[in-house]
Design a protein around this ligand. Structure first.
Ligand code: ADP
Ligand code: ZN
Length: 446
């Protein structure tokens, strides 16, 4: 059990939808197969899937009789979704579509997902399940600090929070001083944001000289980008709150796919709405629980844009065993990064999250950092820029030099690459209100 702050200990385990969150695993798998039949029928209305499924002898959903049959279906890639932009994956009449969303486009052309009224309803239902699993109740004041618009974080969590009956403040992202003012004025108890924005919020709280006792904040739901256990710990310690990880992607609605319960021990993935598989990203082989690999999702209730065996590029593993909260839906670990986030620095494979984990261990540095890559000839140079936390220093140069060396040695032992560590003034590195851009790769391709 990994409860980091103790506030939750006297809290009851809440369920938004107890029956379906705790159902029998055997029944859950049968339910998945039943829903799969409908999903495949729905997918067959899309030209792309019709060709693909007919090609392997699947003419109707009823041809999928087992998970073995299901595993014969080829993966769908992000590029395939992109190449069908804008309407290639639409399987209902446009009159039945009530909304569309796109991905953030972090790694290229965005993908478009259409939603019917049922799709939107199901999505709200799932984000409600998530937030309640993480301790939210109708008594909470919920400040939603992610972008409202095409980005799925805003509207996705908004409707789930309303379903629970929380008081929703649709703040959107940005305007940090106002966000903090609202937290004070409305006695916000729960926030939703990206981890990088939450770190920035903390900086501004300090800058404005606000005492934590002026706030009523109890928990933060943070997601949309990778962050490590050290970042969680830092935020929990600094803000005296509980932080829960939230994972989702617009192709699977957005938030509401996987979420931590109050035990903070992996993210429950709603398997009555999605089939979760972990595959070896190189061979495509499905891996058993516990093995690290790429997440593959299949939608089970989507009407407007059903997606079969979607390769997310996100890396994680499934936790073995049941969670103490009683939910049967399997848990995934933190996302290490995307397969295409991996940096190759002088031949070594490095995920930015490994560097972040080291930086966040140092109370002497602030919450913002950047990873810079340049090259000279065949040799790559890694520079890690971090902001110092001015309160911790007496102003002696030797202190700063010793800190730089300690961080550099620590990073080197974590990733085997020797970095140059630069210390910067507080507030001098660029800040993001949504997904942070931490890595600047200026290496020229040879
Ligand atoms: P884009 O793929 O363009 O960023 P989305 O807004 O749909 O568009 O973002 C989904 C992606 O964000 C996921 O595939 C994953 O890489 C990342 N992500 C979302 N939540 C988390 C999380 N809790 N931890 C790590 N990465 C996350
Ligand atoms: Zn749990």
């Amino acid at each position: 059990m990994m409860i980091l702050n103790n506030k939750e200990l006297d809290l009851e385990i809440n369920y938004f939808d107890k029956k379906n969150e705790t159902l029998d695993r055997e029944y859950l798998e049968k339910l998945q197969l039943t829903k799969l039949v409908k999903t495949v029928d729905q997918a067959l209305k899309i030209e792309f899937y019709k060709k693909r499924l007919n090609g392997i002898g699947i003419k109707s959903g009823r041809d999928i009789k087992s998970f073995e049959d299901f595993k014969k279906i080829p993966f769908t890639s992000k590029d395939e979704l992109r190449s069908s932009y804008p309407k290639g994956f639409l399987s209902v009449d446009m009159d039945d579509v009530i909304r569309l969303h796109t991905s953030s486009g972090t790694t290229g052309v965005p993908t478009v997902i259409y939603h019917t009224r049922n799709d939107i309803e199901n999505w709200a239902f799932l984000t409600a399940r998530c937030m309640m699993a993480a301790g939210a109740t109708k008594k909470d004041i919920f400040q939603n600090m992610t972008g409202y618009g095409l980005f799925t974080g805003g509207l996705g969590m908004h409707y789930g929070a309303e379903k629970i009956g929380m008081t929703v403040i649709p703040a959107g992202s940005g305007n940090t001083k106002r966000q903090i003012q609202m937290m004070k004025d409305f006695k916000t108890t729960v926030v939703h944001a990206t981890p990088s924005y939450m770190l920035h919020i903390y900086d501004i709280i300090v800058e404005e000289g606000i005492n934590l006792s002026e706030l009523s904040l109890k928990r933060a739901f943070l997601g949309a980008e990778p962050y490590g256990e050290q970042t969680r710990k830092k935020l929990e310690d600094l803000l005296k709150i509980d932080v829960y990880n939230s994972y989702g992607l617009s192709e699977m609605n957005g938030p509401g796919v996987s979420f931590e319960c109050i035990y903070k021990n992996g993210m429950h993935t709603w398997e009555d709405f999605f089939i979760l598989e972990i595959i070896d990203p190189v061979t495509g082989k499905v891996l058993e629980d516990g093995k690290q690999g790429e997440i593959v999702f299949t939608t089970l209730d989507r009407e407007a844009t059903p997606i079969l065996r979607y390769r997310t590029k996100d890396l994680t593993h499934v936790y073995k065993g049941r969670c103490e909260c009683g939910r049967v839906h399997r848990r995934i670990s933190r996302i290490t990064g995307r397969t295409d986030d991996m940096l190759i620095i002088n031949g070594a494979n490095v995920f930015p999250s490994q560097i972040e984990e080291v930086i966040m261990k140092y109370p002497e540095v602030g919450t913002n950092y950047q990873i810079f890559l340049t090259n000279k000839g065949a040799l790559d140079k890694l520079t890690v820029k971090v902001e110092i936390y001015s309160k911790m220093f007496k102003g002696e140069i030797s202190e700063l030099d010793s800190l730089k060396k300690r961080i550099a040695d620590h990073i080197k032992s974590a990733i085997i690459v020797n970095p140059t560590v630069e210390l910067h003034e507080p507030g001098s590195l660029p800040v993001s209100e949504g997904k942070a851009k931490r890595v600047i790769d200026e290496r020229s391709k040879l």
